[in-house]
Design a protein around this ligand. Sequence first.
Ligand code: SAM
Length: 266
Amino acid sequence: TFSVPPRRDLVATESYNIMREVGAKMKWKQIGDIIVLNRNVENPEKYLKMKGVKTVVKIERIKGRIRRPEVKVLVGADTETTHKENKCLFKLDVATIMWSKGNTYERMRIPRLIEDGETIVDMFAGIGYFSIPIAVHANPKKVYAIEINPKAYHYLKENMKLNKVQDKIRPILGDSRIIAPKLSADRVLMGYVVNTHHYLDAALKCLKEGGILHYHETAPEKIKFKRPIKRVKKAAKPREVKILNKRIIKKYSPGVWHVVIDAKID
Ligand code: SAM
């Protein structure tokens, strides 16, 4: 069995997040044994001197609804790797799948909120960004992990095996707008930032009375909490909404924040 990470891990991650803000101008991040650059550098071969680095790629752009990265391989060839975070293993192909370091704290925060025996619907499961740490560190009855992209779905299933949580997660390949309303959950995760509000109706149909919603959105500074809260309340009407928490996850673009709202919906 696994335990919830001790508080000091979270403190360490928070300070890591601050460092990340400072280092946001940095050109690279390491995912497993791959260096991912966000701009051109001279002599990318130099990264191979770092312990365990096998490939260096550069992100050209991130495309479309499924947030698919386009990368150029600069050094090496293999773009598949296994990244370790918070005692969880995430296998992915950096050429086709996103890995956001800025979401690290959120991926650690969520499992700590789960009460034993909860049924959870993860509407945008990806490779298991939230479903895996929940299954590893908490004790839910079941996590329904919905993912529309077959490539991400493939790694979601791989990661369930790698982390030995096949019994805790039920992966579903498909559109959460169609699938979520057919399910019933104590908690719904909406970890997606392109027009997430278009999925609120589906999320609310799925959420039991008194259930908890984690709603993500990207919003300009001035309305960063106001707009997502307004949207949740509007979609939930006439159900009563209690805002439990609101937090900035990371900077999305100049003047725009990726935020999350935790709301209890009666
Ligand atoms: N929160 C994640 C993290 O911690 O890094 C990142 C979010 S992930 C990029 C969002 C996922 O939602 C993608 O894998 C995308 O394919 C999936 N997705 C987009 N629209 C969907 C839909 N309608 N139904 C199910 N999955 C969807």
